[in-house]
Design a protein around this ligand. Structure first.
Ligand code: FCB
Length: 457
């Protein structure tokens, strides 16, 4: 720790994935249909007509993938469980083969010293529950808590880090507002109710976790912990004009504070509730809900990739803002490369909680190609990662309790509505042959992990 490149001992170096993005095998071994299966099978929803039917075929190739993780030296692997593998129709009847898949994966990770970090929900609701209203139906929150409780009983002690939800913001706003994500609703009036039921389901799952009190597999291991992963993207006003500042505050409020405040500050932010109420939108809060949502956690995970620059645009129904074009080089997603997003997102979280923090996702898509010699030279990703990991190191030097960093993502996969074309992986996936090829960034990250810090430039 004497230099500004080395990380504290025990710092967690990880990579993250999500079930629908990598597993494929969408209807294998009794798996039920999820809203992402339905959405991707609906013509016109996904770029190029891609689906996650095959994705990285991880369901069949998981042993090879775990071997790649071990070769990288990952200290932790964050992945999500497909609810529909475990409870195909979202009901109470478990599917043993689905559960066995995750049990074997968790065992293999633990046996190689890679700590599993399990996300219970990364957007793939059972379609059967969607047919009964999905997250608009309060009952879905109760079903989620039952699903979570079952997994805590089955795998609780083997998994050191449990994550209830990934980015409730995206499920609420992109799943129900813009319709870009499943279930593809374009109805802004649904957003706050969906967001509220997601948060409620989170709180109920935390209660179930405390009740189950899973014990670690070996007495020497630390007790399993539970947290949530939020989307926190820094927001900057396009100018100091009161209109731009106000518009910026609404975007920050909708994306970031709307979820941080109920989890850590006793309720939804007043200014944002008022903003939405003027548009006739209100969360369906019942007495007692906010106490459940605010149940104490063990850690907070943060996904951050860039920043947004907001200008007032009164005609925009939701936020009254429009985003300016990026102020510099971008990734293949069109996202500005802005390494300070790491420090700004961590400081934003710190305004709300002193819990240990993780960067649960950070990374970049570039148009990677396999060269004539069979290698993938993704120097732009190495540069991106280096700058963002350096920002994480600076945050630690400032005193922020950052415990780990997970790269999005282990291998190129199904990038939601953008399909298979946006490559975020450390490992190149050839989607025709399912061959995995380490990119330059994978070799680089292995070195970072081995030295617990950044190499000299
Ligand atoms: C995040 C998602 C993750 C991935 C990255 C690029 O919002 O959680 O699944 O798609 O963006």
């Amino acid at each position: 720790m004497s230099d500004n490149l080395t990380f504290p001992p025990g710092f967690i170096w990880g990579a993250a994935t999500a079930a629908y993005q990598i597993e494929g095998a969408w209807d294998t071994d009794g798996k039920g249909e999820s809203i992402w299966d339905r959405f991707a099978h609906t013509p016109g929803k996904i770029a190029g007509g891609d689906t996650g039917d095959m994705a990285c075929d991880h369901y069949h190739r998981w042993q090879e993938d775990v071997a790649h993780m071990a070769a990288l030296g990952l200290s932790s692997y964050r992945f999500s469980i497909a609810w529909t593998r475990v409870f195909p129709d979202g009901g109470a009847q478990p599917n043993q083969r689905g559960l066995d898949f995750y049990r074997r994966l968790v065992e293999a990770l633990n046996s190689r010293g890679i700590a599993p970090a399990v996300t219970l929900y990364h957007w793939d609701l059972p379609q059967a529950l969607q047919d009964r209203g999905g997250w608009l139906n309060r009952d879905t929150a109760l079903r989620f808590a039952e699903y979570a409780a079952f997994l805590f009983r089955q795998l609780g002690g083997e998994v050191p880090l449990w994550i209830t939800h990934n980015e409730p913001f995206m499920q609420a706003f992109y799943g129900h507002g813009t319709g870009e994500n499943a279930p593809g609703h374009r109805n802004p009036w649904e957003i706050l109710t969906v967001g509220h039921h997601l948060l409620l389901s989170h709180g109920l799952a935390v209660e179930a976790f405390r009740a189950a009190a899973p014990r670690p597999a070996s007495p020497a291991a630390p007790a399993p912990q539970i947290g949530i992963v939020l989307f926190i993207w820094p927001q900057h006003a396009a100018s100091d004009s009161p209109r731009d500042l106000a518009a910026n505050s609404v975007v920050d409020g909708s994306m970031n504070r709307l979820f941080l405040a109920p989890l850590f500050a006793d309720g939804y932010p007043d200014d944002i509730l008022r903003h939405f109420a003027r548009r006739g939108m209100r969360p369906a809060v019942r007495p007692g809900d906010m106490a459940i949502i605010g149940r104490p956690l063990d850690f907070l995970g943060i996904n951050t990739y860039t920043r947004l620059i907001n200008r007032a645009a009164p005609r925009d129904l939701l936020s009254g803002a429009r985003q300016l074009p990026p102020h510099g080089p971008t990734t293949a997603m069109g996202w500005e490369i802005y390494p300070d997003c790491i420090g700004e997102a961590l400081r934003k979280a710190r305004e709300y909680t002193t819990l240990p923090l993780f960067i649960a996702e950070n990374g970049a898509a570039f148009d990677d190609v396999v060269g004539p010699d069979g290698t993938v030279d993704d120097q732009p990703r190495v540069d991106y990662l280096r700058a963002h990991i350096a920002a994480a190191r600076r945050a630690i030097a400032e005193g922020i309790d950052l415990r780990g960093y997970y790269i999005w993502t282990l291998m190129d996969n199904f990038e939601w509505s953008k399909g298979l074309g946006k490559r975020f992986g450390l490992i190149y996936t050839d989607f025709t042959t399912q061959r995995r090829i380490w990119k330059r960034s994978a070799h680089w990250y292995r070195d970072v992990i081995a030295r617990n810090g950044l190499p000299q430039e």
